[in-house]
Design a protein around this ligand. Structure first.
Ligand code: GDP
Length: 295
C-alpha cells in the first residue's frame, strides 16, 4: 500500500464513521479497526499502531461525552492528533548554523541513496547561501568517488576524495580538515555502505565518526524496505549516534509505512523527503504531511 492509498483508506474509514446515524462503541471500533488495518498493511510497526488505537480510545470516551457534543469531530480530531503524534520526529538533535563550520556524516546501507542525498543536501543549503563541501569516504564501492565527483561538479560544490587511498578514515579526516581551512560551513561526509548490516560496516562508521567528530549523523533510508527500516535504524544507532533521518525514494511505489515507523524510532530525529530532482528536497513537517495524507 503506497502512502496515497494509506491516506485514502484512513479518510474512507473516517467518512464511514461520519455517515453513521448514531456514533456508538461499535461504529468507533469499526472505524479504528479499519484505520489499524490500513496502517499495518502500509507496514507501520504493530506496537505503534496498537498504541495509537489505545490512545484514541482513551481520548474519545463515548459514555462520558454529553449529548450535544459533536462526536464525529472529536473522533476525527483525535485520529488526526494521534497520527501527528505518531509521526512527529521531534526536534533535530543538532541544527547547523550558517557561517559556523559543521560536519555532517551520512550513513546507510548501499543503494539507500546516500551519495545522491549528500549532493541534494549540499545543494539545498548552497541555494540558501551556505558554503557546503563534499567528502567521499566511501572506498568500498567502485565508482563511488566518480559518482560524488560528477554530482558535485554539476552542482558546483567543492569535493574531496581519492582514487588510490583505501583507508576511508584517512580520507574523511583529510577532507574535513581541508574544508575547515577553506571556511566551508557545511562539510558533508559520504560513507560506505554494504548490502546488508555487517560488523565491518558498523566498525568503519564508528572509526570515521571518531576521526571526524561529526556534529550530526544522518541515517539515509530507502523507504521501500518496509518494516525492516526500524531494525536497520536501530542497528546503525547502536554503532554511531544518529541524530536525524532522511527517507529516500518516496516517489516510487514504496509502502512508506516502514519509513513512518522509522521516523519515530527516536524522538530527537527529523526527516527530509526527497525525490529524484535536486530542487525537490523538502523538510518534513508533520501537520501539513498528515493533512495531505488524509486529503
Ligand atoms: P548509495 O549507495 O547509498 O550511495 O546510493 P546512491 O545515491 O548511489 O543511489 C542508489 C540509486 O538510487 C541510484 O540509482 C539513485 O539515482 C537512486 N535514488 C537515490 N535517491 C532516490 C530517490 O529519492 N528516488 C528515486 N527514485 N531514486 C533514487
Amino acid at each position: 500500500m503506497v502512502l496515497a492509498q494509506l491516506g485514502g483508506s484512513i479518510s474512507k474509514a473516517l467518512q464511514r464513521m461520519s455517515n453513521a446515524t448514531i456514533i456508538d462503541e461499535k461504529v468507533l471500533n469499526e472505524c479504528l479497526n479499519e484505520i489499524t488495518r490500513a496502517l499495518l498493511q502500509a507496514d507501520v510497526q504493530f506496537r505503534m499502531v496498537a498504541d495509537m488505537q489505545k490512545n484514541i480510545k482513551k481520548v474519545v470516551n463515548l459514555d462520558d461525552l454529553a449529548a450535544g457534543h459533536n462526536k464525529r469531530r472529536i473522533i476525527q480530531q483525535a485520529v488526526f492528533n494521534e497520527l501527528c503524534k505518531m509521526l512527529d520526529p521531534g526536534k533535530p538533535s543538532f541544527t547547523p548554523k550558517k557561517g559556523k563550520p559543521s560536519v555532517i556524516m551520512f550513513v546507510g546501507l548501499q543503494g539507500s541513496g546516500k551519495t545522491t542525498t549528500c549532493t541534494k543536501y549540499a545543494y539545498y543549503h548552497q541555494k540558501k547561501g551556505w558554503k557546503p563541501a563534499l567528502v567521499c569516504a566511501d572506498t568500498f564501492r567502485a565508482g563511488a568517488f566518480d559518482q560524488l565527483k560528477q554530482n558535485a561538479t554539476k552542482a558546483k560544490i567543492p569535493f574531496y576524495g581519492s582514487y588510490t587511498e583505501s583507508d576511508p578514515v584517512k580520507i574523511a579526516e583529510e577532507g574535513v580538515e581541508r574544508f575547515k581551512k577553506e571556511n566551508c560551513d557545511l562539510i558533508i561526509v559520504d560513507t560506505s555502505g554494504r548490502h546488508k548490516q555487517e560488523v565491518a560496516l558498523f566498525e568503519e562508521m564508528r572509526q570515521v565518526s571518531e576521526a571526524t567528530k561529526p556534529d550530526l549523523i544522518i541515517f539515509v533510508m530507502d523507504s521501500s524496505i518496509g518494516q525492516a527500516a526500524f531494525d536497520q535504524a536501530q542497528a546503525f544507532k547502536q554503532s554511531v549516534s544518529v541524530g536525524a533521518v532522511i527517507v529516500t525514494k518516496m516517489d516510487g511505489h514504496a509502502k512508506g509505512g516502514g519509513a513512518l515507523s522509522c521516523c519515530c524510532y527516536k524522538k530527537s530525529c527529523y526527516i527530509h523527503w526527497n525525490w529524484e530532482h535536486m530542487d525537490e528536497f523538502e523538510v518534513f513537517d508533520v501537520k501539513p504531511f498528515v493533512s495531505r495524507l488524509l486529503g
